[in-house]
Design a protein. Structure first.
Length: 291
């Protein structure tokens, strides 16, 4: 369990902002900090990693105190069991893919995890290549693998997929889920992409201007605004869930999540990731695959 109570005065383009972030993260969960640019999302990650010092507050990880301003405790970044994935990959350009992973090892004797990650992240054909010969998606796979080499307690992802196109983002999201399933770190993701948040998160913390506005499962937080009346929109299916004798289909339309009830005959033709038309017929929503 991770207990965070962080206070920090930040300078932003919009002026000075008081960041107050207080929440508890369950061990092994994947929590997303969601919100607009300048809300303080990255600062929370940096404080947890020890790269930025809070003005006051406490950080406790599995009953170990990493930071306590009142007691003068501030563990150095090297002493904190965290992995960090940035937007810009941060790979060593003069090292091969395998060498980048090996550099992150605690000891050179633990090479088994390197082989595991190369297989899991499908890097076998790339392991001898240097970063400047890789695509953006390939570099990010290497960065993800390197972040988990030491099997950290906490894996932090700071908008790691924002520079990639939608197709590559979707593939990398699958790799993130694989890492979470295989190694079970507590994961903290920064994102402002609703579809990504819905697909990856167990829990979402909505941060605005340094304050937590909402917290809970994505299906509850993002389904509050429903489309009603006469409408016709296109979107992407994020989830299909059976409830009693009907199915609830979650569709991302623009930046809104819409839930549509459907029967088994409609659902059999649909799958997560399908592009669909959501329209009204006799005041009832209908859903139809397109493309």
């Amino acid at each position: 369990m991770i207990e965070l109570n962080l206070h920090k005065k930040l300078s932003t383009p919009a002026g000075e902002m008081d960041l107050h972030f207080e929440c508890v993260l369950k061990a092994g969960s994947l929590t997303t900090i969601y919100g607009p640019s300048g809300a303080g999302k990255t600062s929370v990650l940096r404080m947890l990693a020890g790269l930025m010092q809070p003005d006051s507050g406490v950080i406790k990880v599995n009953n170990q105190t990493w930071f306590d301003a009142s007691k003068g405790i501030n563990l150095k970044p090297q002493k904190r069991e965290v992995g960090f994935v940035f937007q810009d990959y941060a790979l060593f350009p003069n090292m091969s893919v395998r060498e980048n992973l090996e550099y992150a090892l605690a000891t050179k004797k633990e090479t088994k995890v390197i082989d595991e990650l190369i297989e899991l992240m499908e890097l076998g054909s790339l392991e001898k290549r240097r970063p400047d010969t890789l695509s953006g998606g390939q570099k990010q796979r290497v960065a993800l693998a390197r972040s988990i080499v030491r099997k950290p307690e906490i894996l932090m992802l700071d908008e790691p997929l924002s520079a990639l196109d939608q197709s590559m983002r979707s593939k990398l999201q699958d790799y993130i889920l694989q890492i979470h399933k295989e190694y079970s770190p507590t994961m903290l993701l920064v994102s402002h992409e609703m579809g990504e948040v819905f697909k990856l998160s167990d829990e979402v913390v909505v941060l605005e201007r340094g304050s937590i506005k909402q917290q809970g499962p994505p299906s509850l937080l993002f389904a509050s605004r429903q489309v009603s009346g006469k409408f016709q929109f296109t979107g992407e299916i994020l989830n299909i869930q059976k409830e009693d004798i009907i199915y609830i289909i979650s569709v991302l339309i623009g930046n809104n999540l819409v839930k549509v009830a459907a029967d088994e005959r409609e659902v059999v033709k649909l799958a997560v990731g399908d592009k669909v038309l959501v329209a009204s017929k006799a005041f009832n929503p209908i859903i139809q695959k397109i493309g």
